[in-house]
Ligand binder design. Structure first.
Ligand code: ZN
Length: 1146
């Protein structure tokens, strides 16, 4: 196709060419082919074309127009471009320089053309190509760099975009990455006869010194000193004593000015005056010196230079200020205060050229217009006025381009060079300030009925007014800000006086901004920081500020949704500059602009609404003090079911995309029930007076559930929608659980928040616990289900630790938060915390626990707390109830009780040890695992204070005895039976193997009545028990002999299977081999072979294989051969294992 769109071309031509094309194939070979003209008027060419046009020939081609052989540009689609980028990164040498230049030039031409035509541009592709070809280009390939700095120069375009912006330092990461490898590959001196090297030095080095690449400016200073010392004693014609190659002088002069002392500046002025006088016919030297001088960053020198150039008749040199970002404002002030001097010297044009070289923003356009207005009031002649008008136009065009491109390029730089987010953000803010309130305006641009201005799509405009109270005297304000373009920033005191800012700096890796004020602030001072900025919206559902894209509505329409998720990843700091740590609670007043046909939701209800054409401005009521991670906003074509709670009369709405609202009925019921239950249980009304829940068609990922944002729960529709014809009871359970869990957070997490992320269990432990009480309370017929959820909590926590070999503790050390197997949201903070909290409740009793929680909320609402805050309230309530501590040294110390469970991982195993005569027993505790594979903290020597609950025929209450050391005292066995840790009240496993072994060893009735452990746990009991007590295998053998003949085994094989499973765990290999043989011979059932395979701890699952190698005849002759082989290969999946099978069989 022709390069330009047809609409721009004359119609009388037929735009088609026969194109001879060299292509490079994926395997590296080159091939020639024709792309035929599509003009098929003559039959001969038609036939020729049919031969040529064989589409399959394209299959393996990666680079078209290899070496730029055909006179044509290439436009790859995204997939083929990605393939080329892969080759450029992984095997850059396989792509010729010509092909790289063609690739870059064609992408740049495409962007440049579309920019001129006002079309959508794909700057991301251009940046990816530039990144790949320059970063991998470590040789002196002048041609490649010159393509980037060609005409039009992409390099200068990039500089104009960012050099006058607040994200200058972010871009420097990119610039350094691109230039450092090439810079290092060349060197300043040597190889001067190589044109390639020399040309690259002259084009690249001025940029290298300007951006302070590697050692470039110190090298420049050294070289300049060589010049000075070589010319010592001379008073004119310095060019004759200059030892430097002319190719590097521009860069040396600029670098020396940037990094050298004041004398460099004075010396260079002498040199340039000499050059003006004596080098008439070789002006390169004076150009280089003029250029070098204008690199100065010193405002006094800049001012001095302006008059120096003008007074010496070299005003044209002012154009060199074009890329000096410090000069703009100095020049601007000169023009404002001494305009006649510039105008009278006819220096206005080069002056404005230098001043506006980097003016590519709306802020600068306003400045330029104001300047024009001010100067126009003077008595200007027509020429002068025309020049001014010309520059207003120039800056107007430039700012249009800048505003269009800058967000796109900045987004790419953020995406490529800065972490998308951290969970959690590790570097904390200094504690010199607290936030009082935020006034936030957000205008998001997503695909909708409202047409976004050019370049705005998937960005948002934001303004945030942040009121800070100073708690330690400081002159530095620190805020979190992430993935923002800061347009402007001001700081004011309480009297609205603007406080001068010395500088502001950003740490992009940690998303922290420091504003350094010229004067310190005293304790108690209040300041308001106002920031005008642009943020980015992810074009897909993910943590941060995001959308649901192009989802299908029930009426066949396709729509987009705007939503947020801040408990992970980019976090609230990507929505607004703020103190983004949970302990900095502050009030938020949010204004949201959105398309008129969409519903806008926030943490609070609306306070006012203003309607514009196609647009609504919704102002939400101010929130109470809250943690930033609980902020939420959403805009969508939503519909809802609504209800009002019984207790507090709170409005509850469950929203979903239009057409699906009928299926949120169960979710609505669960939310209402939970709100009623919680406000009654805690004697604390629903905090915000409303609760919205939104079932999103796309959440941040499958199985991510929902997020408990305060007053606005957002989540995956699978957790919200229940359809009577399509959904099963499991789905219903899931809906009830998730909705109730998130609603519980409105108190636990939202009203009281964790002071830092290590205390997240205060949110998740209670939410994973209290929803079960809600189910028990409102659905008493489902009590069995509720009970099973309790068991699920403790069992899932234990098995997870077992399978990972230990997890991070429930309260990890701050440096470890987020670093464990499951990141910040490990099962330790959900299920384990819930099980521990329930143990605490059962130990102190329901009433005491509830009393403690009520007081805890009464006194800590709207604050952030630690574990000790909560334990303090439970201790107090326990003391009031007269509950003694385990050693009777006072009342129960809940902190001492809880800390071993929360600060160390794993959990205790309780052993019940019975004396041989059966009259006495005692308890022992051990950590369930001892070989820890993860970074474990072990503050409490792996001992836990365990309330041991027991159940006997005579006592069925919740009485308990404490086991606080390794061994308890011996106690007399007075009961016919005793169950230790019934319903697993304590967070511990009970190892009852010995008890079982003792009491069942002489049983003649099987194991049913003599085993104290419930059938569900016996497989584990026996396997683990035999591993620990390997000599007890004969007890199991005896029992198996007894029960083999029993009728019970036939009808209730579970216990029998548990014993067979136990035998397969015997650690002694020769004994295990005996059992395998028994089972091959039919003496033991063949299930034993299944268990041997399941419990095989050898590498590669080779237990049965080894047996077969050593006992081949026994195995192949057995009637159970097939079962044996099936089990032998359980879990085998490698070629090596496959090849093991055949040799032994042949
Ligand atoms: Zn939760």
């Amino acid at each position: 196709m022709p390069y330009l769109p047809y609409e721009f071309l004359p119609t009388e031509y037929h735009y088609s060419w026969e194109i001879p094309l060299w292509v490079k194939e994926y395997n590296g070979s080159r091939r020639f082919l024709w792309i035929p003209q599509d003009d098929l008027m003559c039959p001969e060419t038609q036939q020729f074309h049919q031969i040529l046009a064989q589409p399959q020939i394209f299959d393996n081609i990666t680079i078209f127009n290899e070496d730029s052989s055909a006179f044509a540009r290439n436009k790859y689609d995204d997939i083929s471009l990605k393939r080329i980028l892969n080759i450029l990164w992984n095997d850059p040498g396989s792509v010729s320089g010509h092909s790289k230049i063609r690739l870059f030039s064609d992408e740049w031409a495409w962007v440049y053309e579309n920019m001129s035509l006002g079309y959508e541009i794909r700057v991301d592709r251009l940046l990816n190509v530039t990144h790949a070809i320059l970063s991998s280009n470590t040789s002196a390939n002048a041609a490649i760099f010159n393509a980037v700095d060609g005409d039009p120069s992409f390099w200068k375009f990039l500089m104009r975009l960012f050099m006058d912006r607040n994200e200058y330092d972010l871009y420097m990461k990119y610039i350094k990455m691109l230039l450092t490898p090439i810079y290092k590959a060349i060197g300043w001196i040597g190889n001067e006869s190589d044109w390639n090297t020399s040309v690259l030095r002259s084009t690249l080095f001025p940029y290298a010194v300007l951006f302070n690449i590697d050692n470039s400016t110190s090298q420049a200073v050294n070289l300049f000193n060589q010049l000075v010392s070589n010319c010592t004693g001379r008073t004119s014609n310095y060019v004759n004593c200059n030892p430097l190659s002319p190719d590097i002088r521009k860069a040396v002069y600029c670098g020396a000015i940037l990094n050298g002392t004041g004398s460099v500046y004075t010396q260079m002025k002498t040199y340039v005056q000499d050059a003006w006088k004596n080098n008439r016919y070789f002006s390169r030297e004076e150009e280089s010196l003029e250029y070098g001088l204008t690199c100065t960053q010193d405002p006094d020198n800049i001012k001095d230079l302006v008059y120096f150039f003008i007074n010496n008749g070299h005003a044209h040199a002012l154009e060199n200020f074009e890329f000096n970002n410090k000069a703009s404002d100095v020049l601007y002030n000169i023009l404002l205060n001494d305009s006649q001097a510039i105008i009278n010297a006819s220096a206005l044009r080069p002056f404005l050229y230098g001043m506006t070289g980097l003016w590519y923003s709306n802020t600068r356009l306003t400045q330029m217009k104001n300047l024009n207005t001010t100067l126009s009031k003077l008595d200007l002649n027509n020429d002068t006025q025309n020049i001014l008008n010309e520059y207003v136009n120039k800056v107007s065009n430039a700012s249009q381009k800048g505003e269009l491109f800058y967000p796109k390029v900045t987004r790419w730089v953020y995406d490529t060079l800065v972490p998308i987010g951290q969970t959690p953000w590790k570097l904390r803010l200094p504690t010199d300030q607290v936030a009082d309130s935020y006034t936030l305006h957000i205008f998001p641009y997503i695909p909708s009925s409202y047409t976004s201005p050019p370049g705005k799509e998937f960005t948002f405009d934001g303004t945030n007014k942040i009121v800070l109270n100073i708690t330690n005297a400081t002159s530095t304000l620190s805020l979190n800000t992430h993935r923002h373009i800061i347009n402007s920033l001001t700081v004011q005191d309480v009297n609205n006086n603007t406080l001068p800012i010395a500088m502001f700096a950003r740490d992009y890796e940690n998303a922290i901004m420091e504003i350094k004020l010229q004067n310190p602030l005293a304790v108690g001072a209040q300041v308001t920081v106002t920031i005008d900025y642009i943020g980015f919206i992810f074009s897909q559902p993910t943590a941060g500020v995001m959308v649901n894209y192009d989802y299908l509505e029930i009426n066949g329409q396709r729509s987009w949704i705007f939503a947020t998720h801040f408990e992970r990843g980019p976090s609230a700091r990507s929505l607004a500059p703020c103190l983004d740590e949970p302990s900095y609670k502050a009030k938020w007043k949010i204004t949201l602009y959105h398309p008129s046909d969409l519903v806008a939701l926030g943490n609070m209800l609306e306070e006012s609404i203003m309607v514009f054409p196609g647009l609504i401005r919704t102002v939400f009521k101010q929130t109470p003090p809250m943690s930033s991670y609980l902020l939420a906003l959403s805009i969508g074509d939503y519909a809802s079911l609504k209800a009002v709670t019984k207790v507090d009369k709170v409005l509850v709405r469950v929203w979903t995309w239009n057409g699906m609202q009928n299926y949120v009925e169960k979710a609505l019921q669960s939310a209402v029930d939970t709100l009623d239950y919680m406000s009654t249980y805690l004697n604390q009304p629903c905090p915000l007076g409303k609760l919205d829940l939104v079932a999103l068609p796309q959440f941040i990922g499958r199985a991510e559930g929902a997020m408990e944002n305060w007053g606005l729960i957002l989540g995956d529709y699978n957790e919200f929608l229940w359809h009577p014809d399509y959904s099963d009871t499991d789905t219903l359970n899931r809906v009830m659980e998730v909705i109730s869990h998130e609603t519980t957070h409105q108190w636990f997490g939202d009203l009281i928040s964790p002071a830092w992320w290590q205390y997240l269990f205060l949110n998740e432990g209670f939410a994973s616990y209290l929803y079960i009480d809600v189910i028990s309370n409102y659905y008493p017929q489902q009590q069995a289900y509720a009970d099973s959820r309790w068991f699920y909590n403790s069992e899932s926590a234990m098995t997870e630790e077992e399978s990972f070999g230990g997890l991070l503790p429930t309260i990890p050390e701050p440096s470890l938060v987020g670093s464990g197997q499951e990141g910040m949201f490990s099962i330790s903070i959900y299920s384990k915390a819930a099980a521990i909290l329930k143990m605490l409740k059962d130990t102190v009793g329901n009433v005491t626990f509830q009393t403690a929680l009520r007081q805890y909320f009464k006194e800590n609402q709207y604050t952030a707390v630690t574990d000790e805050t909560l334990w303090g309230y439970v201790s107090q309530a326990a003391a009031n109830a007269g509950i003694p501590n385990w050693n009777y040294d006072g009342f129960l110390n809940v902190s001492s009780f809880m800390r071993p469970y929360t600060y160390q991982s794993l959990y205790p195993l309780i052993k019940v040890v019975t004396s041989p005569d059966g009259y006495f027993y005692k308890y022992q505790q051990y950590p369930f695992l001892s070989n820890l594979t993860v970074n474990q903290t072990n503050f409490y020597n792996q001992l836990w204070p365990i309330p041991i609950f027991t159940r006997t025929p005579n006592a069925n209450d919740n009485s308990y005895n404490w086991l606080i050391s390794q061994n308890s005292v011996s106690m007399q066995n007075t009961d016919p039976w005793k169950v230790t840790n019934p319903e697993r009240t304590s967070f511990a496993r009970v190892c009852s193997f010995k008890t079982f072994a003792n009491s069942c060893q002489n049983s003649v009735y099987g194991t049913g009545k003599c085993n104290p452990v419930a059938p569900d746990f016996r497989a584990t009991q026996m396997c683990y028990g035999l591993q620990q007590n390997k000599n007890s295998y004969n007890v199991l053998e005896n029992l198996i002999n007894v029960v083999q003949s029993s009728l019970e085994t036939t009808y209730f094989p579970q216990d029998y299977n548990a014993m067979l499973n136990g035998l397969s765990c015997v650690p002694d290999e020769s004994i295990l081999e005996k059992y395998i043989r028994y089972s091959l011979q039919g003496y033991y059932p063949t299930q034993l072979l299944d268990y041997v395979a399941q419990n095989d701890v050898l590498p590669n699952g080779s237990r049965l294989y080894n047996f077969m190698v050593n006992n081949l005849i026994d195995v192949v002759k057995s009637t159970n051969f097939e079962r044996f082989v099936q089990n032998m290969v359980v879990g085998w999946s490698t070629d090596a294992q496959l090849s093991q099978v055949f040799p032994i069989l042949t």
